[in-house]
Design a protein around this ligand. Sequence first.
Ligand code: HEM
Length: 142
Amino acid sequence: MKYTWRTTLELLRIIPPTPTGFRRTREDIELGGYLIPKGWQVCWAANMTHMNDSIFPEPSKIDPSRFENQASLPPYCYVAFGGGPRICPGYEFARIEVLVTIHYLVTGYTWKLCCNNNKFSRDPLPIPTQGLPIYIEQKNKL
Ligand code: HEM
């Protein structure tokens, strides 16, 4: 299910459920010509990093092949699950949950969105503004 997971990573890149997080600097740091003093709180923003076209060319395009060779991505550029010592400890569990859910959904059901002009807003998590009502039907009903 490699392609399914790459597709999932790509969707998490475009709309990361956890768009930002915080860290506190343990020492003075110089970054891009700016000094960030020791003890300051900094906010990392996954959605901005993920939309940086020097890292992900044509960032708005859905392209699961970006993740064919994850090791080629520069460190800390794909941060849907955070990074470093506090990276999401649920990563592997989330992967299994997502793959199992998508597998049963795709192989067992067909569905149709009820709202065609749905958008999403952040609250701060991304939420469809009209909810996500669907018509769902089981395939091969006995
Ligand atoms: C698609 C699913 C998920 C996404 C996108 C996600 C994303 C994240 C992100 C971005 C962080 C912050 C990491 C950092 O600061 O570097 C985080 C932390 C965390 N996640 Fe997840 N997560 C997911 C699923 C899960 C699941 C299934 C669990 C548990 C079963 C989990 C448990 C945690 C915990 C406990 C932390 C806090 C870790 C710490 O502060 O040391 N997550 N997650």
